[in-house]
Design a protein around this ligand. Structure first.
Ligand SMILES: Cc1cc2nc3c(=O)[nH]c(=O)nc-3n(C[C@H](O)[C@H](O)[C@H](O)COP(=O)(O)O)c2cc1C
Length: 209
C-alpha cells in the first residue's frame, strides 16, 4: 500500500510542503509506504489536448511526468496540497492535474458518458490541503475545489479537505497548532480508510470463496 504526498508550492520548506509532510507522517501503519513529491523538482508541461492518450491511457508528452505516472498508478491514495496563488492553485499544480487527462475515458459516441481508469481499477482516495495568506475564506478562491473536483472526476474519493488560512511566510505554519492538528487528523483518516478497504477486500475474498 502506498500514499503519495504532492506539493504544489515551489517554496522548499514552505507551508504547503510542511503540511503535506505532516499529513503523511500521521500514517503510522508500517504496511503503508509514503513518498513526498515536490512538483518544483520536475519539469511538467500542461496537457496539449493532442488526444494521443485516447486508446492507450498513456500520455505521449515525454517530460518528467513520465517519472511520476508509475508512482501515481501504484499509489492507493494521494495527499495533494497547494498554496493559493491569485484565488487558485499554482501553475505547477494545474499542469500536474491536467496531465491526469490520460486516465479519463469517454464513450466514443457520447462525451457526456465517461469514466476513469481509477474507477475501473476499484477507486482511490485523496486528501486535499489548501493554504492562503488572508483570514477570510473567500480570499482562498477556488484553490481547494480546483484540486478536489478533478480528482473526484478521476475516481479519487476525497476523504478530507483541509483549508488553512493566515499563513504567509515560510515558517508561519509552525506557529499554527490547529493547522498541524487538522492535517494530522486528515492523514489519519486516510490511513484508516485505506486499512478498512484492505480488510474488507480480505473478508470479501473469504466470503466469496
Ligand atoms: C503569486 C502569489 C499569489 C498569491 N495569491 C494569494 C491569494 O489570492 N490569496 C491569499 O490569501 N494568499 C495568496 N498568496 C499567499 C500564499 O498563498 C501564502 O503565502 C502561502 O502560505 C504560501 O505557501 P507556501 O509557503 O507553501 O509557498 C499568494 C502568494 C503568491 C506568491
Amino acid at each position: 500500500m502506498k500514499v503519495l504526498g504532492i506539493v504544489g508550492s515551489r517554496r522548499k520548506n514552505g507551508n504547503t510542503a510542511y503540511l503535506v509532510q505532516q499529513a503523511l507522517d500521521a500514517i503510522e501503519c508500517k504496511k503503508i509506504e509514503t513518498e513526498l513529491i515536490f512538483l518544483g523538482n520536475y519539469n511538467i508541461r500542461g496537457c496539449t489536448g493532442c488526444e494521443g492518450c485516447k486508446d492507450t491511457y498513456k500520455c505521449v508528452i515525454m517530460d518528467d511526468m513520465q517519472k511520476l505516472y508509475p508512482r501515481i498508478l501504484e499509489a492507493d491514495a494521494i495527499i495533494i496540497g497547494s498554496p493559493t496563488y491569485f484565488y487558485n492553485i499554482t501553475s505547477d499544480m494545474k499542469a500536474f492535474i491536467e496531465r491526469f487527462y490520460c486516465f479519463q475515458v469517454f464513450a466514443e459516441d457520447d462525451r457526456s458518458v465517461w469514466s476513469s481508469i481509477n474507477e475501473v481499477l476499484g477507486g482511490k482516495y485523496a486528501v486535499v490541503i489548501s493554504i492562503c495568506e488572508q483570514n477570510d475564506e473567500k480570499d482562498m478562491g477556488f484553490t481547494a475545489e480546483a484540486m478536489s473536483k478533478p480528482l473526484e472526476g478521476l475516481g479519487y474519493r476525497v476523504v478530507e479537505t483541509v483549508k488553512i488560512l493566515k499563513l504567509f511566510k515560510k515558517g508561519d505554519v509552525l506557529q499554527n497548532q490547529d493547522a498541524l492538528d487538522q492535517v494530522k487528523r486528515a492523514g489519519k483518516k486516510l490511513e484508516k480508510t485505506i486499512r478498512l478497504r484492505k480488510e474488507t477486500e480480505e473478508k470479501l475474498k473469504l466470503y466469496v470463496e
